[in-house]
Design a protein around this ligand. Structure first.
Ligand code: ATP
Length: 242
């Protein structure tokens, strides 16, 4: 086992993963620097979600390594990975997945409360992020009474309120439309830059290109290119095999 480069907060080497025998990742290697905002793009089924789930410790790769700072995630116990995810990582999925019995601010405060933050502080942070995401008025409402786009903003607030070291965002704007998509993406990336949060986000297209530092793409579970974001429009022309 070789330790990762010092300047990579997240580092993966030769990851493979198969869902029930069907390969989803085939030898993917990736390094993410501290504070970097990285987009992982690729067509449907190319392995983006599986990669994020391996990087965030939700899935153990069949082979390969994942390191967070100097800690190998792939050899951690389930309990240690759960603690790492709770204390250091944030997750936004394409569906909001809120707790139906809790209102919006309680959902947004949940990771902080689970970490032992006092209720007053957690409530304050939750309200602050709900306000920034323009849904402060919904703070007392339960998920069932909210629109799907509002629920997704609550999920974004929940991830950001906990100030994670790394935020994994798997198609975070999937339930949103038009200008809402750009506003939420911009809120995520602006928050990440001002709070020093490293971000790995996925998407199908190039809508995040202007907001991220670097973009890599997957095709059929393999890396197909890595370019600085401002060059991403020409990515097809300058793709390299990794
Ligand atoms: N739970 C599962 N069981 C079986 N196969 C799966 C499962 N999850 C993903 N797959 C398969 O693994 C491959 C990679 O899927 P994955 O969801 O990682 O890709 P993706 O790029 O995120 O796709 P999308 O853009 O549609 O979300 C696909 O062929 C998919 O059908």
């Amino acid at each position: 086992m070789v330790a990762p480069p010092d300047n990579d907060v997240l580092w993966a080497r030769a990851l493979t993963y198969a869902h029930g025998g069907s390969p989803a990742l085939t030898g993917v290697s990736l390094g993410v620097q501290e504070g970097e905002i990285l987009a992982v793009s690729g067509p449907r089924g190319s392995g983006k979600t599986t990669l994020l789930r391996c990087l965030s410790g939700q899935l153990l790769p069949d082979s390969g390594e994942v390191w967070f700072n100097s800690s190998p995630i792939h050899t951690m116990s389930t309990l240690a990975r759960e603690r790492l995810r709770c204390e250091r990582f944030g997750w936004i999925g394409p569906e909001p997945c809120l707790v139906p019995e809790l209102n919006a601010w309680e959902n947004a405060a949940l990771p902080l409360l689970l970490r032992g933050t006092r209720r007053k502080g957690a409530k304050h942070a939750a309200h602050e992020w709900l306000d920034r995401l323009d849904i402060g008025d919904c703070a007392g409402s339960r998920p069932a009474t909210l629109l799907q786009a509002q629920r997704q903003r609550v999920a974004v607030a929940r991830a950001l309120a906990a100030a994670p070291d790394i935020l994994f965002a798997d198609e975070p704007t999937a339930p949103l439309h038009g200008p809402d998509r750009e506003q939420v993406l911009r809120t995520i990336t602006t928050a990440a830059r001002s709070h020093g949060i490293t971000v790995v986000l996925t998407g199908h297209g190039t809508e995040a290109d202007a907001l991220v530092d670097r973009s890599v793409s997957l095709i059929d579970g393999r890396r197909s290119g890595s370019v600085p974001a401002h060059h991403a429009e020409g990515s097809a022309a300058c793709s390299v095999s990794v």
